[in-house]
Design a binder for this molecule. Structure first.
Ligand code: NAG
Ligand code: NAG
Ligand code: NAG
Ligand code: NAG
Ligand code: NAG
Length: 359
């Protein structure tokens, strides 16, 4: 037990509200970054409808392409996507100016296996016609935590992570005001964090670790818990790690997740939509890319419903390669994917429910 504890990464959780001057390039000065008022969270609007529509999907679902819109300017590597109402998309992007390099002979230095590399984390705002509205650089030149991950939106804030671009390193959880793109530091953690979701009801955030193979959950100050045994003590004034759980699904590696609430269809359990891709097979036997989407239990990472996705972009990249968002539009389930690097096209697909007789 003593040894096990000694091997765990130190958790240094800080609660800070400092924010540095925003480094921003504005392309359309008269256009607001976000709609006013902001759209409600999907927990409040379409979370339950989303889950019941997802439960009608299957392998024979017909996915109708609604639109394919090129986004102007570089998106570097798109990591997270938020559809903020019908006319705004916010994308987290990773610009890499110097690659990470693996240490020779499988060497591990201070717990990790490669050099830090260098780059910038961006948050870029687009209109639905693909025009670029603003590009905020979230990290300072030389910052070691320059890798951003997935995004989530809770009706007020956009949640994001800034991490070192290497395993077993460090990360910072931030929240961003969509109207100003100003960010606030929420907590620091001694491991890599990527895709993140915010559960407003439980006042917790859950973020994927390196490769999406584990997920770590933190209780935030304030708010009340659904589970009385886990409710924060009144004195809790800083974020606190709850636990790290293993992700038991190996079909696809999740790239970006979206909180969808404590839904009735799953007895009030907190669920998220995740989208991702994996290369299956080996060079000896041949490989193929498998794309997929899943409804995942946020607390346990157990997938509750999974569907493969086979569409690719015009450049041949699986649509689930990078970020995702989802909405219920006129009673239909729509998925928003941004698969390609650098020159990205937003693909919007609508699901036609499966016929139960097609199997
Ligand atoms: C992570 O790094 C720490 C040192 O920073 C080390 O003690 C620990 O063993 C490493 N964990 C893994 C899983 O490599
Ligand atoms: C694209 O959308 C922006 C923001 O809504 C608007 O200002 C601009 O005029 C639109 N451009 C075109 C070509 O429609
Ligand atoms: C602003 O961000 C760009 C990268 O997008 C970087 O080259 C520049 O140095 C940054 N400026 C400041 C003052 O941080
Ligand atoms: C994943 O989490 C499990 C359970 O906490 C832990 O034993 C394991 O070391 C973690 N793996 C990585 C790669 O962090
Ligand atoms: C984007 O596409 C244009 C036109 O095809 C090309 O000239 C440009 O090099 C591409 N940019 C990147 C970053 O790939």
């Amino acid at each position: 037990m003593y040894l096990q504890n000694a091997l765990l990464p130190l958790t240094s959780l800080l609660w800070a509200t400092t924010s540095q001057a925003l480094n921003i390039t504005i392309s359309q000065p008269d256009v607001a970054f976000a709609p006013s008022p902001l759209p409600p969270s999907h927990t409040q609007s379409d979370g339950n409808a989303f889950v019941s529509l997802f439960q009608s999907l299957g392998r024979t679902t017909v996915w109708t392409l609604i639109s394919a819109t090129p986004f102007s300017g570089s998106t570097w590597e798109p990591e997270g996507l938020i559809r903020l109402g019908p006319d705004r998309y916010i994308v987290s992007c990773g610009e890499y100016t110097s690659p990470t390099v693996k240490y020779p002979n499988s060497l591990i230095i201070i717990g990790t296996d490669r050099s830090a590399g260098a780059g910038f984390a961006h948050l870029v705002v687009f209109s639905s016609n693909g025009s670029r509205i603003a590009d905020a650089t979230l990290t300072a030149p030389g910052a070691v935590e320059y890798h951003t991950g997935g995004l989530d939106y809770d009706g007020e804030w956009i949640w994001a992570t800034l991490a070192q671009y290497r395993p077993n390193s460090t990360a910072t959880v931030i929240k961003i005001d969509p109207s100003t793109l100003e960010s606030e530091e929420v907590l620091r953690y001694d491991d890599h964090l990527g895709g993140i979701v915010h559960d407003v009801d439980e006042s917790s955030v859950t973020a994927l670790n390196w490769g999406g193979r584990n997920a770590t959950r933190f209780r935030l100050p304030g708010g009340c818990s659904h589970a009385p045994t886990q409710s924060p003590s009144p004195s809790q004034s800083t974020p606190r790690k709850i636990k790290t759980v293993r992700n038991p699904s190996y079909y696809v590696d999740y790239q970006d997740c979206k909180f969808r609430g404590h839904v009735a269809a799953y007895q009030g359990r907190a669920v998220m939509l995740c989208s991702g891709v994996a290369t299956i097979g080996s060079t000896a036997t041949g490989t193929f890319n498998l794309g997929g989407i899943a409804i995942v239990d946020v607390e346990t990472m157990v997938p509750l419903d999974e569907v493969p996705i086979t569409m690719t972009s015009e450049l041949g990249v699986p649509v689930t390669q990078n970020p995702v968002d989802v909405a219920v539009v006129d009673g239909k389930l729509r998925l928003y994917w941004l698969p390609d690097q650098h020159n990205s096209t937003l693909y919007v697909y609508e699901a036609q429910p499966d016929s139960p007789y097609e199997y």
